[in-house]
Ligand binder design. Structure first.
Ligand SMILES: [Zn+2]
Ligand SMILES: [Zn+2]
Length: 234
């Protein structure tokens, strides 16, 4: 049986920019077609006691806990760490630590803001003109196990570009809402196409790469495989 997990959720417990109450989250999820969540706070992991208490409140529900680390290559979600290790803001160090413990890392929203003229101007950068194939050669993709190709906080263009780039990469594809409140929760998710019962099994399943990225069809209350809209560019 497959499992559909929203792999990218922030709660107000440890993410200061989130309004999402973790217990409110649990009461909302049975109403949704997804089967579980991965909470990943900004630069902070829940401690063992917090995790146990949270899981005990809803044992039927699959809850995984990661961390979204702000690195020199952008935001990277890591699974398997039990605490923030000093130095992991350098992605090479994060990868090293994760590989040591057999964890899993994926680059979150890899192309967020790259098409935004204001951001480009502010950073004094030139226009982003890479093709998806050229972008797939970027160093960051050599330092992660997976890539988030659909993120609820991205523009459609940013997601579409990541989707196109991922075709040239031998990386696991993931989707997540990046929800910071109840709105948008579950908007994108990752379907794990194998049986898993624990976070360790989730990590192994992610390493096999047998996933699909799912998009919520709100009217139907179901998930479908994510496909970019390919809107006409103006
Ligand atoms: Zn992020
Ligand atoms: Zn995030």
């Amino acid at each position: 049986m497959s499992l559909i997990l929203d792999m990218h959720i922030h709660t107000k417990k440890h993410s200061s920019d989130s309004m999402l109450d973790p217990s409110e989250l649990l009461s909302e999820i049975p109403e949704m077609p997804m089967s579980g969540i991965n909470i990943c706070e900004h630069d902070k992991v829940w401690n063992k006691h917090e995790i146990e208490e949270y899981k005990a409140n809803n044992p039927q529900f699959f809850c995984s806990f990661g961390i979204e680390v702000a690195t020199d290559y952008g935001h990277v979600v890591a699974l398997g760490l039990t605490e923030y290790i000093s130095g992991i803001h350098k992605l090479e160090k994060l990868k090293e630590e994760i590989d040591k413990i057999g964890g899993f890392i994926f680059i979150a929203h890899p192309f967020r803001y790259v098409f935004d003229k204001v951001t480009a101007m502010r950073q004094g950068a030139t226009k982003f003109e890479k093709t998806p194939e050229e972008a797939s050669e970027m160093e960051v993709f050599k330092l992660v196990h997976g890539v988030e190709i659909a993120n609820g906080g991205n523009t459609p263009q940013e997601n579409e570009f990541a989707y196109d780039v991922a075709k040239y990469l031998d990386l696991t594809i993931l989707g997540g809402s990046d929800a910071h409140s109840l709105s948008g929760l579950g908007y994108y998710a990752t379907r794990i196409n194998s049986q898993i019962n624990s976070q360790d099994e989730l990590i192994s399943a992610l390493h096999t790469g047998d996933t699909d990225v799912m998009s919520l069809n709100k009217e139907e209350g179901t998930y479908e495989i994510y496909q970019p809209q390919r809107q006409l560019k103006t």
